[in-house]
Design a protein around this ligand. Structure first.
Ligand code: LLP
Length: 428
């Protein structure tokens, strides 16, 4: 479900977000710009939680998917926690009103300073990803006189995820403690007076559209819980990560949260543990679109047509980085139906990789027309940059018929003003 839809107008149809025509936002805020729907964010968070009902679960939304303070605050008000992977993300979550008691700190390379920050903040859980990290955290906690709640992040050696760059759960990935080492390190963690050991965590990949690898991983986690308990050690919490995929319009339909919940409950539901999750994409992806305007249509004699947008790979990196598919649609459609054309949809950045789609069939478009790149709410703005000295893309949050610019587009003066000249270069 998402709240982006067509509404009829005298000339045909227009694409809206909730009760606002997207063209109004494009005209007032300019393009490129991300637009998020409050109703869609809320729907996805709530349907994930409800999929487990009547069982209560805790959901720490993965901030990396979309760290907009307004998005985080929207979710925090619904009861969501935050899964964070850096001090910056912890600070973001706190700034958006997520209580520390609902913040989980994960990540494969947490620095001493970041661990100390998390201890001071009093986060709910630190997921320890390796033996050296366990030792560093024990030392830092002892020095500070803190007793953090920790879990061990396990790598269950199950490959999953749509793209090699986003699988995390197989043995040759950098993430997590291997199953073979779990018992030894769990016992060691329990022996540290500095640690309140809650249990285990795992996250095997992202954009997972098949439940089979998840079932295998969760069953492996259940097996580890049984083995740990057989040693007389307690396990009270399992964090099963995120990873459930969404429909981008090119691949298989992903399983529903209800199907996913069934697999969770079948594999680990009987263990008598608290269940925690870290979904990101599932909540934010189709709650956001990237608005862009056609700069020009550049046709080659051979017949290739390039639709040059004012959005580029620095605004939405996923197609360049993962060959990801994002559906593209014009904001206005004529009633009688415009002729369709095949376009290579590209941005203005000076790389061939700055291509959103190859040979995409779209209604005929002209310079000045507006389009939306769909399912761009997760890993869109959060991965954006100023490459090619393009000011950071703005973000807008819609609620009903109102909208707020939650990250304004920086002016060129602001963009350049962040830098300092080296003293020996003088002031030019
Ligand atoms: N927890 C951990 C420990 C993670 O590493 C991730 C994502 C999540 C939760 C959230 O996973 P999700 O529910 O969103 O699948 N930039 C890539 C995706 C990278 C995912 C990294 N880890 C993309 O645009 O597809």
């Amino acid at each position: 479900m998402h709240a982006f839809h067509d509404r009829p107008n005298p000339a045909g149809f227009e694409f809206w977000c909730e009760d606002l025509p997207l063209s109004r936002i494009a005209d007032e805020v300019g393009t490129p710009a991300y637009v998020y729907s409050t109703a869609t964010l809320a729907h996805h968070y709530q349907s994930f939680v409800q999929a487990f009902a009547p069982r209560e679960v805790s959901v720490a939304y993965a901030v990396k998917a979309n760290g907009s303070l307004a998005v985080l605050a929207t979710l925090a008000r619904l009861g969501a926690g935050a899964d964070t992977v850096s001090e910056g993300e912890i600070r973001r979550a706190l700034a958006a009103g997520v209580p520390a008691s609902r913040i989980v700190f994960s990540g494969v390379g947490k620095t001493d300073a970041e661990l100390a920050f998390a201890l001071n903040a009093g986060v709910r859980e630190i997921n320890i990803e390796s033996e050296p990290e366990l030792h560093r955290l024990a030392a830092i906690a002892a020095a500070k006189g803190r007793r953090p709640t920790v879990a061990l992040r396990i790598n269950p050696d199950v490959g999953a995820g749509g793209h090699a760059k986003i699988t995390t759960g197989s043995d040759d990935n950098k993430f997590g403690i291997s199953s073979a080492e779990t018992l030894r390190l769990y016992a060691e963690a329990c022996s540290h007076p500095q640690f309140d050991v809650a249990g285990l965590a795992c996250h095997i990949g992202s954009q997972i559209t098949d439940l089979a690898p998840l079932r295998t991983a969760f069953a492996a986690m259940a097996d580890l819980v049984a083995r740990i308990r057989a040693e007389g050690l307690p396990v009270r919490r399992l964090d099963l990560g995120g990873g459930l995929g969404v429909a981008y319009g090119d691949g298989p339909e992903p399983p529903s949260p209800a199907d996913y919940a069934r697999v969770v409950l079948e594999t680990v539901g009987g263990l008598g543990v608290e269940l925690a999750f870290e979904p990101g994409r599932l909540i934010a992806a189709n709650a956001g679109v990237l608005l862009a305007r056609v700069i020009q249509v550049h046709a080659r004699p051979g017949g290739r047509r390039f639709l040059v947008l004012d959005a580029a790979m620095n605004d939405l990196l996923r197609p360049a980085l993962y060959d990801a598919h994002h559906a593209i649609r014009p904001l206005h459609r004529r009633l009688e139906g415009a002729p369709e054309r095949l376009y290579d949809v590209v941005g203005p950045v000076c790389e061939t990789g700055d291509t959103f789609a190859r040979a995409r069939l779209l209604p005929e478009l002209a310079a000045g027309d507006l389009v939306a790149l769909l399912t761009a709410g997760a890993y869109g703005a959060s991965m954006s940059s100023e490459y090619n000295s393009r000011p950071l893309v703005p973000e807008v949050l819609v609620r009903g018929a109102e909208y707020a610019v939650t990250r304004p587009r920086p002016s060129y003066e602001e963009m350049l003003g962040r830098e300092r000249m080296a003293p020996w270069l003088g002031r030019s």
